[in-house]
Design a protein around this ligand. Structure first.
Ligand SMILES: Nc1ncnc2c1ncn2[C@@H]1O[C@H](COP(=O)(O)OP(=O)(O)OP(=O)(O)O)[C@@H](O)[C@H]1O
Length: 568
């Protein structure tokens, strides 16, 4: 139950609705017991007496109990569902609030299909928590105890039999099945997760699978996962049927027992025969309400697993962040002796790097593929925590700053940029909601993309745009933010060099006081940079201005010579 503690807390935020639902549930249950009990009494009374007034009063009571039962059932459904859906919305909000600071690091641990299956499927599974786990035993317990209390006035023996039957059907049998289910360690949730993972991979990789003629194999794997999931569901259904049958069997047995014990007490003169039919009917009606308990073990285990799977994601350690805002005025970035190793990797991706980036300067980070340039950029963005060293922005250590406040001051272009299904306009708007159409057209002109109308449809992941157009749209987005820290990771790698130079010139000339950090594979055009940082195997092997590095005739000089010989 401790796994469901947080879900219970969220459910009880709607205490009023939960209490009203329990009240109506009790009324509905007790009214149906009273309906059956009074009909039993009416039958006996009609057989033994011809007193019309009693019969008329009893018949009116029957109608009243029938109405009360139906109306209360409606009230119960209304309030219990309202409480459930409000709980789900609290759950989604609180889950998202805890998940959001974990991005983007979370994507290296969980595959997107798995995350989707947990965020959608597991959250939805928890809609059964109140309706089928928490609430039925509470309501049934109260209804039974009331029935036992009422019965005890007529026959203590029958009251004890009903009480034992209640313990068996509401507590013992569901608890046995719940523990059996837990021991069996049903994998249905995990199987659903696997299916979602495979299905998203299938969709993401459809084109490549087709090109490499692997569609059939992947489809087969997907089918296998679907079969496993179906099989898991089938077994779960069988288990639920078994629990239902055993519970119904115990309930019927108890009702027969009540009849037998009652008949014995009547024969022994300890119970007035007039009440026997009423007590038997009370017992049958009370045990009829027990049916939902058959589903209890399934839903209990499902809710528990869903809660565990959700908690697993958000329990990841988050980057320690403060509440501080960024200082105003020109900002510098300082990295001191920074090292970082990806979790599970053997070597450092960034090893003892120190950097001083001043406002109004342009720094290029160059180096062979895999030398740690993008990782260094992620560290400057404060996406990953440093294993060693210190990062400060505007003179403040990043741990004291709010993560959003840091990103708010940056114009960022990454190697891969996401474009949402919509229009050019809607994709530019995410950079700055206050931006006007004229400003959008201006920046599109700066990145030489003004041939695309703002109303043009952008397909999912920008697949109707060329690689270079996507990069220029990402630069346009960064320009619209209008902040003073520019962090650009290979922003023009797919753009022809002439256009790339024009875009850079625009950017530099119009934002002279800003700080630029640009990762580039291309060693051409670096003469304009104030500082060039050359990386290899996670370390800075040399740094300086273009002229200094060329004069030094060391690493950068050799890279340049190789580039010239390749392209000459
Ligand atoms: N998410 C990750 N998890 C584990 N290792 C990673 C991850 N991303 C990068 N690496 C490793 O870290 C090292 C540095 O990679 P990084 O992407 O920073 O290099 P890079 O210089 O930007 O390369 P490129 O120029 O090809 O983009 C590489 O050895 C890479 O395999």
């Amino acid at each position: 139950m401790s796994d469901l503690k947080d879900i219970l807390k969220l459910t009880l935020l709607e205490k009023k609705d939960v209490l009203i639902a329990i009240f109506f549930g009790f009324l509905a249950g007790i009214a149906s017991v009273a309906l059956m009990g009074s009909s039993g009494y009416l039958i006996s009374k009609a057989a033994l007496t011809s007193q019309m007034t009693t019969l008329v009063v009893m018949a009116a009571c029957l109608k009243l109990f029938g109405f009360a039962s139906a109306l209360s059932r409606y009230g119960e459904r209304l309030y219990s569902h309202r409480a459930t859906f409000t709980m789900l919305s609290h759950l989604r909000v609180s889950f998202f609030e805890r998940l959001s600071p974990l991005a983007p690091g979370i994507f290296s641990k969980y595959r997107s299909g798995d995350l989707l299956s947990r965020i959608v499927g597991d959250v939805e599974s928890l809609q059964n928590f109140l309706l089928r786990v928490f609430y039925p035993p509470v309501v049934l317990g109260i209804v039974f105890l009331s029935a036992v209390f009422f019965t005890s006035f007529f026959s203590l023996g029958i009251a004890i039999v009903i009480f034992i039957g209640m313990l068996l059907t509401v507590v013992v049998v569901p608890a046995l099945f719940a523990s059996r289910k837990r021991r069996a360690d049903g994998q249905v949730r995990a199987q659903r997760g696997n299916l979602a993972i495979e299905a998203t991979e299938f969709l993401y990789g459809f084109r490549d699978l087709k090109i490499h003629q692997q569609l059939d194999a992947k489809e087969q794997q997907l089918n296998n996962d679907a079969v496993k999931y179906n099989e898991g569901q089938r077994k779960e259904g069988l288990e639920e049927n078994l629990a239902q049958s055993i519970n119904a069997f115990v309930a019927l047995l108890v009702s027969f027992f009540v009849l037998g014990v009652g008949a014995y007490f009547v024969a022994a003169g300890e119970l007035n025969g007039l009440y026997l039919a009423m007590l038997v009917m009370i017992s049958i009606a009370a045990f009829e309400n027990v049916a939902p308990m058959a589903a209890f073990p399934t839903y209990f285990e499902e809710s528990r697993k869903a809660a565990v799977r959700l908690e697993e994601i958000v329990a990841e350690p988050t980057l320690s962040q403060g509440a501080g805002q960024m200082p105003s005025g020109p900002l510098d970035i300082r990295l001191e002796d920074a090292s970082f190793q990806y979790p599970g990797e053997n070597s450092l991706a960034v090893d003892g790097v120190s950097l001083r980036l001043k406002p109004g300067t342009k720094t290029a980070i160059v180096g062979p593929s895999g030398s740690g340039k993008s990782t260094l950029m992620q560290l400057l963005l404060n996406v990953f925590p440093l294993n060693q060293g210190q990062l400060s922005i505007g003179g403040k250590p990043v741990e004291t700053l709010k993560q959003e406040a840091i990103w708010q001051e940056m114009n960022i272009v990454l190697q891969e940029n996401h474009f949402f299904y919509g229009t050019i306009h809607s994709n530019l708007l995410i950079a700055n909601p206050a931006v006007t159409d004229e400003q959008m057209i201006q920046v599109l002109t700066k990145v030489q993309l003004d041939i695309l109308p703002l109303t043009m449809t952008v397909e999912e992941k920008g697949q109707n745009l060329s690689g270079g157009q996507k990069q220029r749209l990402a630069i346009a987005r960064a320009m619209l933010r209008g902040k003073s820290l520019w962090l650009l990771d290979e922003p023009v790698s797919s753009v022809d060099s002439l256009t790339a130079q024009v875009i850079y010139q625009q950017m530099f000339q119009q934002n002279k006081g800003d700080l630029f950090v640009i990762i580039s594979h291309d060693l051409a055009g670096l003469e304009n940079m104030d500082q060039i940082v050359v990386m290899e195997k996670g370390r800075i092997v040399e740094s300086g201005s273009y002229d200094e590095l060329m004069e030094k005739k060391a690493y950068f000089y050799q890279l340049k010579a190789i580039e010239n010989s390749v392209f000459s």
